[in-house]
Design a protein around this ligand. Structure first.
Ligand code: ARG
Length: 584
């Protein structure tokens, strides 16, 4: 199926482009401006008349005001099956009413050919989404949960839009902390070399102990600092210890990814380390690197502090690694869009090294290749402060997921599902609902705002929650099932009709899907898709309460509308990384 043809705005733009060409003298340059209609006058609007008028004022006697331009735009519209009627409003807005026959036919085509026909098409082949990216030996915390959830959704939207996505886990696996971890390992587990899996259950605790040892004992500290040198110099014993420590963290991270259904490929900081000298040479050859107070830095216009790329001890850092990773992604991996998902606290770091990359000529235009930092706010607790456990520890991700699941299970048991369903169905649904709730609660807010973590709110079956939406979807599936009709058969022979105003409103909202995904994807804002999904369920509810489906003369068409709604809802779930539920 061909992508990129479902976008209504773009289809209208093609029609209005022709009308504008006929209306406006050829030397005046105009691009159709089409927006979704506001108020009750039209489904869409063409807003060119005002701009066009100010450009041709005085040159063309035919036009006395913007309204007359609007009227001419309507008069010059070519024959089109999309448009039912147009009218001029206010100073010259052209309100567009779409043909309901066309709306109905578009829905029918989507059902026959698949939702991919409504997928956007982006003008790039390959992107990198750098997300999740926890640090070795430190627990994954809610900040990494946000990065994981948001990054996964962005990757899914890009993939849906036909882009090959390199999902990169840029784990912090290369820093001075490894010196003390390794020395501590040697002390605590002299037998470490014989173990295929180190018997360390709590790596974070191990980290804390080694840190204490480092701070308390000068001799240990010295050994740890030497260990860093040995490790970075490639000493095989140290490499081996390092890799075993990383493996413990990796296993823990993987558990979370499996539960969340998130795919990621690890290319940690260490991966880029061997390339750093070469990349710094490239930057040096462009005279970008200067010595400053013993370090080597890149000065960035407008910034007080320069970007340090070689520390005064000669070591590399977060910035040199990121510059090198960017170079690698652009040149070796040929990625055209590189997206980094971290908390907003790191904004400055990204701004700085993006700027350095521009100075180096790596990002020559405003289009592609391009880089974006996708920042997000904090997760807050009920007290409005950073989300912590009661003993004010960092909240462990696995505990959160466990609780979401067990609470969802309890709610299902309360609905009598324990007797109705098998244990397996109960658990699967509890997971889908519980994890879905955690993801949706995060994604529905504009990512830049802080949000308050609240189980009761996110697991509420009313309001804008995953639970409500998953149940709404399950109910639609049950309407179709209980009708006793073969929906696949209806898709082939049935016809969609949108005569009732609530049918039409639902149909129009379905048609917005394509442009919404495109907007969410281009602006890197998953909340736009959540809002669309929630509104879809509202339009459906209105339709379902005012239009009898089963047993009505319009049954076939209305079942198809139910199916189209279910298909679009499921696609939204898929893009948001939420597993749909079919029975409730
Ligand atoms: N490991 C970092 C952290 O936990 C995030 C890395 C983000 N990616 C990057 N290329 N800098 O804060």
């Amino acid at each position: 199926a061909e992508r990129g043809n479902g976008n209504v705005k773009r289809q209208l733009a093609e029609v209005f482009e022709r009308s504008l060409r006929a209306t406006v003298p050829s030397e005046v340059d105009v691009e159709p401006i089409i927006t979704v209609g506001t108020g009750n006058f039209g489904d869409y609007q063409c807003n060119n008349a005002m701009g066009v008028f100010s450009k041709i004022k005085g040159k063309n006697a035919e036009f006395k005001n913007p309204r007359s331009v609007g009227e001419a735009i309507i008069k010059n519209l070519p024959e089109s099956e999309l448009v039912e009627s147009c009218s001029v409003a206010g100073p010259g807005f052209v309100n567009i009413v779409l043909s309901k026959t066309w709306l109905a036919k578009s829905i029918q085509n989507m059902l026959a050919e698949g939702i991919e026909t409504w997928a956007p098409k982006l003008p790039i082949k390959r992107a990198v989404v750098d997300f999740s990216s926890p640090n070795i030996a430190k627990e994954m915390h809610v900040g990494h949960l946000r990065s994981t959830i948001i990054g996964d959704t962005l990757a899914r939207m890009l993939e849906f839009s036909g882009v090959e996505v390199l999902r990169r886990n840029h784990v912090g696996d290369w820093g001075t902390q490894f010196g003390m971890l390794i020395e501590f390992l040697f002390e605590q587990f002299p037998q470490w070399e014989n173990e295929t899996e180190l018997p360390i259950k709590d790596l974070e605790g191990f980290y804390k102990q080694s840190k204490k040892r480092f701070d308390d004992d000068a001799e240990f500290k010295q050994r740890a600092q030497k260990a860093v040198v040995s490790l970075q110099g490639g000493d095989s014993k140290y490499r081996e210890a390092w890799s075993k420590i990383c493996e413990i963290s990796r296993r823990e991270f993987q558990k979370v990814y499996v539960r969340l259904g998130v795919q990621l490929e690890e290319k940690g900081e260490s991966f880029y380390n061997p390339y750093i000298p070469k990349v710094l040479d490239i930057l040096r050859s462009k005279n970008l690197i200067e010595p400053s107070e013993g370090a080597q830095v890149i000065f960035i216009e407008g910034k007080q502090i320069p970007l340090i790329v070689v520390k005064s001890d000669g070591g590399f850092n977060y910035a040199s690694t990121d510059l090198t990773a960017l170079w690698y992604r652009l040149n070796e991996e040929k990625a055209e869009w590189i997206i980094y998902v971290t908390d907003v606290g790191q904004r400055e770091h990204f701004e700085m090294f993006f700027h350095a990359a521009k100075l180096a000529g790596w990002l020559p235009s405003d289009k592609y290749p391009k880089v974006n930092h996708v920042g997000f706010g904090l997760v807050l607790g009920e007290d409005g402060k950073r989300f912590r456990t009661r003993s004010s520890e960092v909240v462990r991700l696995v505990d959160l997921l466990d609780e979401a699941k067990s609470r969802s299970k309890d709610a299902l048991i309360e609905r009598g599902k324990a007797t109705e369903w098998s244990e397996e169905q109960l658990l699967q649904t509890a997971e889908a609902v519980g994890y879905g709730a955690v993801k949706y609660a995060d994604l529905k807010n504009n990512r830049l705002t802080n949000y308050t973590f609240n189980f009761d709110q996110m697991l509420n079956d009313k309001g804008n929650t995953a639970v409500y939406l998953l149940y709404a979807h399950a109910r639609i599936c049950s309407i179709i099932r209980k009708s006793g009709k073969d929906i696949e058969e209806l898709k082939k022979i049935g016809e969609v009709v949108l005569d009732h105003s609530d049918e039409r409103a639902l149909g129009l909202h379905l048609l917005h899907f394509s442009e919404i995904v495109e907007e969410a994807c281009s602006n890197l804002l998953p909340n736009v898709l959540c809002e669309y999904l929630y509104n879809l369920s509202e339009f459906f509810t209105k339709f379902y309460s005012n239009c009898q489906v089963v047993g009505s003369p319009e049954e076939t068409s209305r079942l198809l509308l139910c199916e189209a709604t279910a298909v679009v809802m499921r696609t939204c779930f898929k893009l948001l990384g939420i597993t749909p539920v079919y029975q409730i």
